[in-house]
Design a protein around this ligand. Structure first.
Ligand SMILES: CC(C)(COP(=O)(O)OP(=O)(O)OC[C@H]1O[C@@H](n2cnc3c(N)ncnc32)[C@H](O)[C@@H]1O)[C@@H](O)C(=O)NCCC(=O)NCCS
Ligand SMILES: Nc1ncnc2c1ncn2[C@@H]1O[C@H](COP(=O)(O)OP(=O)(O)OP(=O)(O)O)[C@@H](O)[C@H]1O
Length: 194
């Protein structure tokens, strides 16, 4: 079994690539999705409130994720504490996923903070999803983040150029979904032959 990590920078198209792979019938795992699901666990919610205080709660008691993001942008200590809570849990889910999919030839994992978290050696290959700075900016705005927040997040992450240098393969995402799918199919053909 080959474990392939899909990473990249903010809004470069990682989830889009993972979705295409999933639609092609491959087993896929998304760290972002796991984090989203973990937030639904009342015990985790309590621990997150323990880190940031009640000010990250909406009047209806829901967590305000934008506020959490703002807090980790303001203070690196918050970021460290949040990662210390989530990363081991995400890794555990990742191992469970591998164990449940042992017969698969290839597994794909979307791991946004792969390099930052030092998870490179856990995977057989690393694919970096990339695009130009101009398109990245457009996509950040499309995600509903303002320019300042986008720049703040980018500062927390390893530069895309550095990630590209460490990749086994770079997937340039500035093309139609159809062309991206064609390219991915072509690449994977070789892996399935092996
Ligand atoms: C900060 C949170 C609440 C924002 O949630 P939200 O649903 O609003 O946005 P989303 O998850 O899509 O994140 C927005 C962008 O911020 C980036 N980001 C999130 N956490 C981090 C981080 N710890 N360091 C650097 N960038 C980060 C993401 O890669 C993404 O590009 C959430 O991302 C979170 O809890 N992050 C900490 C857990 C973590 O490290 N997740 C990354 C995958 S393991
Ligand atoms: N090939 C593409 N063609 C057109 N739009 C695209 C393409 N790839 C991604 N996008 C758009 O760009 C935005 C960001 O894409 P996506 O969510 O896949 O990025 P991401 O790298 O997973 O983001 P994040 O870092 O926030 O997790 C989305 O609005 C998506 O629809």
């Amino acid at each position: 079994m080959k474990k392939i990590a899909i990473t990249g920078s903010l809004a470069t198209g990682k989830s889009t690539v993972l979705k295409i792979l999933q639609n092609l019938g491959f087993a896929t795992f998304s760290c972002d999705e796991v984090v989203r699901n973990l937030y639904e666990d009342p015990e985790i919610k309590k621990r997150v409130i323990g880190i940031f205080g009640e000010e990250i709660l909406e009047p209806d008691g829901k967590l305000n994720k934008k506020k959490i993001l703002e807090k980790i942008l303001e203070n690196q200590e918050f970021k460290k504490e949040l990662e210390a809570l989530f990363h081991p849990l995400v890794k555990k889910k990742c191992i469970e996923f591998i164990n449940a999919n042992k017969e698969e030839k290839i597994l794909f994992f979307e791991v946004p903070l792969l390099f930052e978290a030092g998870w490179e050696s856990f995977f057989d290959e690393i694919w970096v999803v990339s695009c130009s700075e101009k398109v990245q900016k457009e996509r950040i705005l499309k995600k509903g983040l303002d320019e300042k927040m986008g720049e703040g997040i980018l500062k927390l992450q390893l530069p895309l150029s550095e990630k590209e240098k460490r990749a086994h393969r770079i997937i340039f995402s500035e093309k139609s979904i159809e062309d991206l799918e064609k390219e991915l199919k072509e690449i994977i053909k070789e892996y399935l032959k092996a």
